[in-house]
Design a protein around this ligand. Structure first.
Ligand code: AMP
Length: 214
């Protein structure tokens, strides 16, 4: 059972890397706060409507909303039994403090990559509307143009609503402001592992096993 935090700037490949970890640990719960918010937005739930204005601007959703949501999710049986990957949480010190009161963490994986790569990834990123598989116009197109590799659905390039140049800056600023003390917290406790995220798809299953220490 592994309890992992996947941490890194926007578009550092947290979603892709979570998929690689899930190949090794198929039952681990992948908890992406961004995905949960997007799903709620799509379904126009009260939570989705409440968080829309923040997400559209690339701003952080208020801590109390995110913390309650993550606490509920971590209390579900699958996360308790099979461990979890937290992807996109914690993003602030208040979230980290709350998390430390909810559960132990085994490893804090910090995805490290160059800023110039982040820009290219964000502006080219899109996903399959049917299965969620992630592609990039510049760096990771589907094998057959217009067709999802995973589920064969028809796909076209369509940016996430918050993946644009205006929100990119505020998302990167928010990351830089909040990241340092959180990274320091896990470093101090010997949980920090740095992962070169320039091209995580080059990692073999054995590499991933080494990284997550199984
Ligand atoms: P992401 O997909 O992780 O880049 O998240 C997309 C958006 O969801 C962010 O720009 C925030 O508006 C919101 N969000 C996701 N996770 C958090 C979090 N831990 N704290 C606050 N806002 C979040």
């Amino acid at each position: 059972m592994k309890r992992l935090i996947l941490f890194g700037p926007p578009a550092s490949g947290k979603g892709t890397f979570s998929g690689q970890i899930k190949k090794i640990l198929p039952n681990i719960a992948h908890i992406s706060t961004g995905d949960i918010f997007r799903e709620n937005l799509k379904n126009k739930t009260p939570l989705g409507l409440k968080t829309k204005e923040y997400m559209d601007k690339g701003e952080l959703v208020p801590d109390d909303i995110v913390i309650d949501m993550v606490r509920d999710r971590l209390n579900q049986e699958d996360a308790k039994q099979n461990g979890f990957i937290l992807d996109g949480f914690p993003r602030t010190q208040a979230q980290n403090q709350a998390l430390s009161e909810i559960t132990e963490i085994d490893l804090f994986l910090l995805l490290v990559l160059d800023k110039s790569i982040i820009t290219k990834r964000i502006l080219g990123r899109y996903g399959c509307k049917n299965c969620g598989e992630i592609y990039n116009k510049y760096t990771l197109p589907p094998k057959v143009e217009g067709k999802c590799d995973k589920c064969s659905a028809e796909i076209k390039f369509e940016q996430r609503s918050d993946d644009n140049e205006e929100t990119l800056k505020s998302r990167l600023d928010a990351y830089e402001k909040n990241a340092k003390p959180i990274i320091k917290y896990y470093k101090k406790r010997g949980k920090l592992r740095k992962v070169d995220a320039t091209d995580t798809l080059k990692y073999t299953n054995d590499d991933i096993k080494n990284i997550v220490e199984i």
